[in-house]
Structure formats: C-alpha cells, structure tokens
Ligand binder design. Structure first.
Ligand code: SAH
Ligand code: SF4
Length: 336
C-alpha cells in the first residue's frame, strides 16, 4: 500500500486524517485482503481510492516444502515481472521471511542463480513490504506470524538502498508493520557505502556479509564486486561498523570444492578477525549446485568448521531450507 499516494487522494477528497491510519491499520496489522475488507469506510470512499493498489504484488504461486518446512511464493509486479520470497518455519516458532529487493541482480556472482538473470529493476519499498504483508496473511491462516525478516532473496539490497531503508522504516514503524529492528537482517555482497549508511542510519538492524573467500585473489574470481570494493577496503568498513555499533556481523561462506574450502583457507579466514573475533559469526553454507562449481563434501565442511572453532570463531552450518522446491539461497531465479 502506497501511503503517500493514498494520503494525497484522501486530501483531495477532503477526508479527515484518521482515514489514512484506518487504511494502514487494516493493511499492515489486520492483514486484510483488499479494499472490500475496509468496512469502516463507505463503499463510495473505497471506490474513490481504489486506483491506489491495496497490494502492489499479485501472488501467482505458493509452493510448500515439508522438510524442513518452508514455502516459496512467486509474485507478479504491476509491470508483469516475477519475484520470489520464501518463508522458513522454524521448530521454535520463529517464521523468517526471506525477501527480494530487486528483480534479478547486477552483481553476477559466479555461483548464484539470481546473478545469471542480470538486473531488470529495483523494487519499490511498497513492493518489498508487500512480500512480507502477503506472507503474514498466509501465516495468519496457519495461526502463525512473521517474526523475522532477512533481505536474502533476489537482488543486492545496497544497490537499492533508499527503497530498502524506506521498507525498513515501514516494517519497524509501530503505525505500520511494527517489527523489532533486531529481527531484521540485511545481507550484502560487500557494497561499502551501504555498510557505512547502515551503521549510521540503522545501527539496530543486523548485517550479514556474503564473504565467500578469505582473500582478494579468490574473492575476485567468484565475485566481480571485489574489483569495485577490494577485500581490504571491505574488511576495514566491517571493522569500523563493528567499532561503531558493537553489533555481531554474520559472515556467509558458501563452500565450493577446490575454490575456497581448503584448511589453509580456514586459517586465513580466522586470521581476518583478530581482536574483532567476539563480534564475528561465520555461517558455512552448503552450495546449492546451480552452475559450474561443486559443493564441498560434508566431512570436509566439518573439518573446515573445526579449524574455525579451534581458533575461537563462532561458527554454524546454515540449515538448508526448501531445497526440494528450489527455495534455498541463491536459487531464486523467477522460474517458479
Ligand atoms: N545479494 C545479497 C543478498 C542475497 S543473500 C548477498 O549476496 O548477500 C543470498 C545468499 O545466498 C548470499 O550469501 C549468497 O552468496 C548465497 N548464495 C548464492 N548462490 C548460492 C548457491 N547456489 N548456494 C548457496 N548459497 C548461495
Ligand atoms: Fe546478487 Fe547476492 Fe546473487 Fe551475488 S549472491 S549475484 S550479490 S543476489
């Protein structure tokens, strides 16, 4: 729901200001399906506002996977593009929505299915938020609610920072969706100005870095962004983020056989953190084979993990959600 546009419309119609709050409450909090559910308004007023879309996205599919439980949604934008979101249902009652910030992605990481699409366009804040509102409607029918949001779907959030930040404002505002900032995470492939803005403007939001390599030479082979924002500059920005916010940063590391998974590379990775070790958390991700690489063997991932543990680094393996419905990381490619 585009509140600015609706506000203008209501002003044209000389309506009192509480009308906007009624509509916002109905959309964000009551999770109503459409204008017809806004029964505190007259039929005529609803009709007069209907040129403002209630939900800018149309849900075209919802695919459920059982083990572990996740649901992948495909949505159509008003200009006919497809985007995807995933909700992961955890055993402890948390429901994490993984949202897209762009249609496709311009960054071209060699291991990522979204990266092969190229970029079509940025999503607006309303389109980003609507993915979460529509997921919340789905969860409501199952007696669940959205507890966490991660910007880990299609796109690079810091190539669309203004709209992503507007979306975060709407998500955290008590008058809109009302989610706690600490329940929201933004993942970036390493766009330094975005990291700096996050530290300044949203120090409570969690930051995740798709690192995937312990050094510049390996990183630039698999992630073209490393040419624009080289390793040392990125690590400096992250350390300064940690010093400013005292927040833990999550480092995502997809395990690619023979590329970034040697035990020497695990040592190199551990060396990066030094005195910031207590604020670093490494998440080792099983590679979902989408292209030219091979996933590291389980036993090998364990050994890599043990090196980090021995060096005092907090490290986990990411639980893989939704592989059977191609809903796992890096597999969102708008092909549902
Ligand atoms: N563009 C942002 C947000 C996307 S998050 C970023 O890159 O951080 C999606 C996560 O899944 C990233 O950590 C990404 O590197 C990882 N990923 C991409 N392709 C993958 C694949 N095939 N298997 C496992 N993880 C992958
Ligand atoms: Fe884009 Fe992230 Fe995929 Fe890289 S990993 S291509 S930045 S979505």
């Amino acid at each position: 729901m585009d509140l600015q546009r609706l506000k203008r419309r209501l002003q044209e119609l000389k309506q009192p200001s509480y009308r906007l709050q009624q509509a916002a409450r109905s959309y964000y909090q009551d999770l109503a399906n459409g204008w017809e559910d806004l029964t505190t308004w007259s039929k005529d007023l609803r009709a007069a506002c209907q040129d403002s879309a209630w939900s800018p996205l149309t849900q075209i599919a919802a695919l459920e996977s059982r083990d572990p439980e996740s649901v992948k949604f495909a949505f159509k934008t008003q200009d006919g593009l497809t985007i995807e979101s995933v909700v992961m249902r955890h055993d402890d009652g948390r429901n994490t929505v993984c949202v897209s910030s762009q249609v496709g992605c311009a960054m071209g990481c060699a291991f990522c299915a979204t990266g092969t699409l190229g970029i079509k366009r940025n999503l607006t804040a309303e389109e980003i938020v609507d993915q979460i509102v529509q997921t919340a409607r789905y969860l409501k029918t199952k007696d669940g609610r959205v507890t966490n949001v991660v910007f880990m779907g299609m796109g690079e959030p810091f190539n669309n920072t203004d709209e992503v930040f507007k979306a975060i404002d709407l998500l955290t505002s008590p008058e809109a969706f009302g989610l706690g900032a600490r329940h929201i995470s933004v993942s970036t492939c390493g766009i330094v100005p975005g990291i700096e803005r996050l530290a300044k403007e949203f120090p409570q939001i969690n930051l995740a870095i798709s690192l995937h390599a312990p050094s510049q030479d390996v990183r630039e082979k698999i992630m073209p962004v490393a040419k624009a924002y080289p390793f040392d500059r990125l690590m400096r920005a992250i350390r300064s983020y940690m010093d400013k916010t005292h927040r833990k940063v999550m480092f995502e590391y997809v395990m690619l056989e023979g590329v970034n998974d040697s035990l020497e590379q695990a040592e190199e990775l551990a060396d990066l953190f030094n005195e910031h070790r207590h604020l670093a958390h490494v998440n080792l991700i099983k590679y979902h084979e989408t292209g030219k690489f091979k996933a590291s063997a389980e036993a090998h991932i364990k050994a890599f993990q043990n090196v980090l543990k021995r060096r005092g680094i907090s490290v986990t393996r990411r639980v893989s959600f939704g592989e059977e419905i191609d809903a796992a990381c890096g597999q969102l490619a708008g092909k549902i």
